[in-house]
Structures are given as C-alpha cells and as structure tokens.
Design a protein around this ligand. Structure first.
Ligand code: PEP
Length: 244
C-alpha cells in the first residue's frame, strides 16, 4: 500500500455555521477529488461539518475517556460527533497550552482507542533551525509523540515548521525534503508499515506553491491553515495534490 494522499484543512478558531457554505462550494467544485480531503473545524462545528459528508476531524482531544476536565473533549466524543480524525500536538497547542510529547503520545493512544486517525504534528522553531538543531528536534518529537500502536491506517504525521505557520514563509524544497526523508526513515525503521504512513507538510501552503511542495519526495499531502478557510483557495490545493 502506498501512503494515502491527504489534503487536511485546519480551521483553528475560525468559523461559524455560515462557513458551511465553503464546504458546499468545495464539494460542488471538486466532486471526486483524487486525494482524501479532511476538514478540522472548531469543535462547535464538527457535527454540522460531518453532516455534509466530508471527512471531519477535531483539533485536539483529552487523553482520558471522561471525567472532570472542564472545557476538554474526549476522543470518543469527537467520534460520536462525526469525526474520523483528530489533530494532535499542533505547535499552537504545544505553545499556548505547553503540551509535551508525553501528553501528545497519550492523546494519540486515546484517539486510536476511539477509532480516530491521529494527525500528529511536529516541527522546529526558527531558533532551533538557526542553531542547526532541526533534525535532532524532529527526531525527538517523532520518537516522543508517536505511540507504539501507530499504523499507516491510524496515524498521519505532519511536519510543520513553527516559523512557517501563518507567516507566508516556507522552507526551501531541500529543507522539506530533508525532514521528510528523515521521517520516512525513522518510521520505516520503527513500524512494520512505516513506509506507508502519510506524511504531510504544513506551513503557509497556498494555491501558488502547492504543486511544487507536492512534488517533493515523501510529501503525501498538506495540513493547511489559512488557505483551507475558503473553497477558492483550498480547492486548487486539492487539485494540485490530486494531480501529484
Ligand atoms: C496550520 O495551522 O497547521 C498551518 C499550517 O497554518 P497555515 O497554513 O496558515 O500556515
């Protein structure tokens, strides 16, 4: 099995019911995309987005199945609302909520137990890249954030350099290729089907740079923030991945 191609949209804390019109537009403009398409809206919209028939994901889950955790959402609750995926360890969670690798791996185990595909994010800060520490940071996050029960069917890895998220800046193709080759090597060494796990690039993917990024070896799709909010932007990214 080859890695599945996935265009995943992370709406972050954006969108109300009015945003469902963008999904309608996306689905009518791209009725049969040549890749998997996933929308991860705010939790308030998961049920409504899932009802459109598009694959839907949460943006975080709690590691526990239930209990006194005000404001948190359990993986099984995401699934119950219609989600098939959940983003975990996004840099905004690691920064804003001080999430550690240990917490991310516990959440991934919970996601798998609930039948969700975990989209596990990792990436270096600009200071870490400038210090020449990128590959060491990625290796440590990969080892610490991906649970032992990960398979190509239940796990997607997203490489998202922190300095490229929402900034309009992207790494060079060689920099993306270097990290994705490392990810593929490490995953293949650790997991029986590591060669088949989907690897996404994320960080300022736009219609204008998508085709070039999707041509990089071991890039099987993208995790897209800002450009996933409008069908006019996300549609061409889906088309570029379909053609890759
Ligand atoms: C993200 O939030 O995962 C992301 C990649 O954002 P953007 O595409 O806006 O850089």
């Amino acid at each position: 099995m080859a890695p599945r191609k996935l265009a995943a949209g992370n709406w972050k804390m954006n969108g109300t019911l009015a945003a469902l019109a963008e999904i309608d537009r996306l689905r009518s403009d791209h009725p049969a995309p040549g890749c998997d398409v996933l929308i991860c809206p705010p939790a308030t919209l998961i049920h409504a987005v899932a009802a459109t028939g598009i694959a839907t994901g949460g943006q975080d889950c709690h590691a526990r199945p239930s209990g006194a955790h005000t404001g948190d959402i359990a993986a099984a609750q995401l699934s119950d609302a219609g989600a098939s995926h959940v983003i975990l360890g996004h840099s905004e969670r690691r920064t804003d909520h001080a999430e550690t690798n240990a917490q991310v791996v516990a959440k991934a185990v919970a996601a798998h137990a609930a039948g969700l595909v975990a989209v596990i994010c990792l990436g270096e800060t600009e200071a870490q890249r400038d210090a020449g520490d990128t590959l060491a940071v990625i290796s440590e996050q990969l080892a610490g954030s991906v649970p032992q029960d990960a398979t190509a069917a239940n796990t997607v890895i997203a490489y998202e350099p922190v300095w490229a998220i929402g900034t309009g800046r992207t790494p060079t193709n060689d920099q993306i290729a270097e990290v994705h080759a490392l990810l593929r090597d490490r995953l293949s060494a650790r997991f029986a089907d590591g060669a088949d796990m989907s690897l996404l690039y994320g960080g300022s993917v736009k219609p204008g740079n998508a085709a070039e990024i999707f041509a990089i070896p071991h890039v099987n799709g993208a995790l897209v923030g800002g450009a996933s909010l409008k069908a006019a932007d996300f549609g061409p990214i889906i088309a570029a991945l379909s053609a890759a």
